[in-house]
Design a protein around this ligand. Structure first.
Ligand SMILES: Cc1ncc(COP(=O)(O)O)c(C=O)c1O
Length: 388
């Protein structure tokens, strides 16, 4: 609940002490969750090929319409496993406008993430720029589906085929999203979802790799369990990427509330869109009509030249009201270590990314945010940006 009173200068004040965070977890039916917790405790089966992980993988595969889903302990490990299983090496082209795990998953295996600029309209890889970043050392392209929208899969696929590169996707934001009627999870060689607590569908921590390639799925299943094919039988290199039963129990429970979470996100998105429309200094990132999406991020760009307050000033003012809006993906992976030191001139190649990290602001949504919170946030941003 938020209420407001006018202050000198027309400043709005939020009276609720409750902070509003970006990505505050959605939690499904508690009683159902507790029943599953009690069941797994009674059975004393906490991890390692448990019943709930198997059931979650099966339900996810059905929902996505994909042959294989390999549940993992988080998307970062999922990306590392996919990269290893796909036998990538040398260089892989990725956007810099992404969460740093996208790049780290490559660098961790001494594969160079080659940062590529994005389309300023979608915030995702610009295929023309990708083409220009291909070198003899390039082995793959990792597209990132941002915000609950899919990137230009078809154009990237064409480049990958022409240049004989492996295409796969960081789909951390794209669970429940479709492109041309096909669910994310079916594109490229593999797609990796995140079920982190901050994602609209969470398993506390968790993730999943989806693929239609049976041999790849088999390889990744071995890899997530140290390479064990059976008791005492290690047949490949591996790591510990297993999802626990308690996480899978959370996933199964939240899956039952998935439609509700999406409905709430959609309601919030429509309220924000309405509340922030008609402000020339604000660009509101809209979801594509006709596709399935999760509406999980409310993303605006503030034009620092046309706004009475800069993006950072707006963000700081929101924080004073305990509205914890976030800059994404500030300052860009290419400006974080070790990439900043390894490729110090990348900023010159990424003008659109450089611009976006100064303009983008992500606002709270999800089931923890009420309708009047959103109305307050919109009025507040509108007043700050228009200087009224
Ligand atoms: C685009 C992107 N990739 C990868 C990750 C890593 O996911 P996880 O936290 O499940 O390891 C995230 C998580 O926030 C993300 O937003």
């Amino acid at each position: 609940m938020t209420t407001e009173k006018s202050k000198t200068g027309g400043m709005l004040q939020r009276t609720s002490e409750e902070p509003l965070h970006v990505g505050r977890p959605n939690i499904g039916d508690r009683d159902g969750l507790m029943q599953r917790f009690n069941d797994l405790l009674d059975r004393r089966w906490l991890t390692n090929a448990g019943r709930y992980v198997g059931e979650l993988e099966q339900r996810l595969a059905e929902y996505l319409g994909v042959k294989h889903v390999v549940a993992v302990c988080n998307a970062t490990i999922g990306l590392e496993i996919a990269i290893k299983a796909l036998e990538l090496r040398g260089e892989v082209i990725v956007p810099s406008f992404t969460f740093v795990a996208t790049a780290h998953a490559l660098q961790w295996q001494e594969i160079t993430p080659v940062f590529c600029d994005v389309d300023p309209r979608t915030h995702m890889l610009d295929p023309d720029q990708v083409e220009m970043r291909v070198t003899p050392r390039t082995s793959g392209i990792m597209g990132v589906h941002l915000w609950g929208r899919t990137c230009d899969v078809e154009a990237l696929q064409k480049i990958a085929e022409r240049r004989r590169l492996t295409l796969f996707f960081d789909a951390a934001h794209a669970f429940g999203c479709s492109r041309g009627g096909t669910m994310a999870g079916n594109f490229g060689a593999a797609e990796v979802f995140s079920f982190h607590a901050t994602k609209f569908f969470n398993t506390f921590e968790g993730g999943a790799v989806a693929t239609n390639d049976s041999a790849l799925a088999r390889k990744m299943r071995l890899m997530k369990n140290f390479g064990f094919a059976g008791y005492d039988d290690v047949v490949s290199i591996g790591t510990n990427g297993k999802m626990t039963e308690i996480c899978a129990a959370m996933g199964l429970t939240n899956l039952e509330s998935l439609d509700h979470f999406i409905d709430v996100n959609r309601r919030n998105y429509e309220l924000y869109r309405e509340g922030l429309s008609g402000v020339p200094a604000i660009r509101f990132l809209e979801y594509e009509e006709g596709e399935r999406t999760n509406y999980q991020y409310i993303v605006i760009e503030i034009d620092n030249d046309r706004s009475a307050a800069s993006r950072d000033e707006v963000m700081n003012a929101l924080w004073q009201q305990r509205i914890m809006a976030r800059r994404y993906f500030y300052p860009g992976c290419h400006r974080m270590e070790p990439y900043r030191s390894l490729a110090p001139h990348d900023a010159m190649l990424l003008p659109r990314t450089e611009d976006l990290v100064q303009r983008t602001l992500v606002l709270p949504t999800g089931t923890a945010v009420a309708e009047d919170d959103i109305q307050f946030i919109c009025r507040f941003i509108r007043a700050a940006v228009t200087g009224t």
